[in-house]
Write a protein that binds this ligand. Structure first.
Ligand SMILES: CC(C)(COP(=O)(O)OP(=O)(O)OC[C@H]1O[C@@H](n2cnc3c(N)ncnc32)[C@H](O)[C@@H]1OP(=O)(O)O)[C@@H](O)C(=O)NCCC(=O)NCCS
Length: 382
């Protein structure tokens, strides 16, 4: 049944069609109008995340008619800078590699339940990673392997955030019997501002500098350099290999695209998107985004947090002070280190396992799939 289908990078028209199909699911519920949701120029609003071929829409379509607008289903990928660290004897080796985030997996209602999305995801591995990384050759019953477009086929890892449980993406491996994307640890720390006993501080003038959106790029650039330097020493004692994504080159800004739509329309839109310590510039900061959709609790989402344990309580109390001024209901952070989570528990931050957006990874590099994902914070979401 699948022999006649393959995965193809979308034409511009297919990319627009893909967006229009998912508008009811991911546009309208978030208060977006169709025109703002469609990406007619196919450049993601000129954002850096789409430059240099970083962002691609894929379609599952008949081999004989790959450009049809009547394709079966679609998804998107975002190429991201990835650092892989390996323990070699008593030394650590760090390498810059290519990784991907997979987003917007969507089958229109009339095509659902026919195995299309599962097949598209199985084929996606074959365009993102080298064939040598899979446990067997391309299954004959799927026909010819997909053509690998220029610039693809060298990925070391791909990740996604499952909203359809643990099994669907795991079952979509590159060959029968090999896992696809496997859900990893994913803990969300939340401060409910209405009930939290945390003392909010408005004393931002003293030790902290609030940052506008335009300053985030520079922050992530510096942070990326620090991540590159420190990754080897952050390997845990049980794992010999780890990867991390870097927030620069458009990854950190992905989340902001959806936010821009409603923030730009607000009469009194938030001025600040980050904060750094004046005393410890570069090494103590937090960046954030907002979820202020109609009908949803107003949430301040921490996208990246770099902070020594001793300064966390002060940082959070200043952050909460600002969030309260904006009428925010909750502050959330993803996958903080164990020591920061422990510190959070003393200052009203509850950490629980995520129930949606389950962070899932498929490792294509050498070594087994117990590779650790470092810095799996909200900035890496797509
Ligand atoms: C999820 C989705 C992409 C599946 O597409 P599809 O082409 O119907 O998928 P397939 O036919 O390959 O597989 C269907 C399987 O997905 C499962 N599935 C679909 N929606 C699901 C959900 N919300 N939760 C858990 N499983 C789900 C079905 O139960 C079915 O399982 P089965 O094979 O054990 O019977 C499609 O339902 C869709 O577009 N949904 C709305 C958008 C969405 O949620 N995308 C995923 C974001 S992470």
């Amino acid at each position: 049944m699948f022999k006649g289908l393959s995965i193809f990078p979308a034409t511009k028209e297919q990319a627009v069609e893909s967006r229009s199909r998912s508008y009811e699911a991911w546009g309208r519920p978030f208060g977006m109008e169709m025109e703002g949701y469609l990406d007619r120029k196919n450049d993601y609003g000129g954002y850096e995340m789409a430059k240099e071929g970083r962002w691609t829409t894929w379609v599952l379509a008949p081999r004989g008619d790959p450009e049809t607008l009547d394709f079966m289903c679609s998804c998107e990928t975002l190429r991201r800078e990835t650092v892989v660290s390996t323990q070699a004897g008593s030394d650590y080796k760090s390498e810059s590699q290519v990784g991907y985030g997979v987003a917007s997996v969507f089958t229109p209602p009339q095509n659902r339940g026919k195995g299309y999305a599962k097949h598209m995801m199985r084929l996606l591995h074959w365009v993102l990673a080298p064939a040598s990384s899979f446990s067997a050759t391309f299954p004959e019953e799927w026909g010819q392997p997909p053509a690998i477009p220029e610039g693809f086929g060298t990925g070391v890892v791909s990740v996604l955030y499952s909203d359809v449980g643990r099994e669907f993406y795991k079952a979509a491996g590159p060959v029968p019997g090999e896992d696809g994307w496997v859900v990893g640890p994913h803990v969300i720390t939340t401060w409910n501002l209405a009930t939290s006993s945390l003392n909010a501080s408005n004393d931002t003038a003293s030790g902290w500098r609030l940052l506008g959106k335009e300053q985030l790029q520079e922050l992530w650039e510096r942070d990326s350099e620090l991540i590159i330097d420190e990754t080897p020493s952050n390997l845990s004692s049980t794992n010999k290999k780890a990867f991390t994504f870097l927030p620069r080159k458009g990854l950190g800004e992905y989340l902001y695209r959806r936010t821009d739509w409603f923030v730009n329309k607000m009469e009194d839109s938030p001025k600040y998107w980050g904060m750094e310590s004046k005393l410890n510039v570069g090494n103590t900061f937090v960046s954030w985004s907002y979820e202020m959709y109609p009908g949803h609790p107003k949430t301040l989402l921490v996208t990246r947090l770099r902070c020594p344990r001793a300064m966390l309580a002060e940082l959070i109390s200043v952050l909460v002070g600002y969030a309260k001024e904006l009428g925010i209901d909750k502050v959330q952070a993803w996958n903080l280190s164990d020591e920061l989570k422990e510190e959070c528990s003393k200052i009203g931050g509850d950490s629980v396992d995520a129930e949606e957006h389950l962070a899932s990874a498929k490792w294509y590099g050498k070594g087994d799939s117990t590779v650790e994902w470092l810095n799996s914070e909200k900035f890496a979401w797509c």
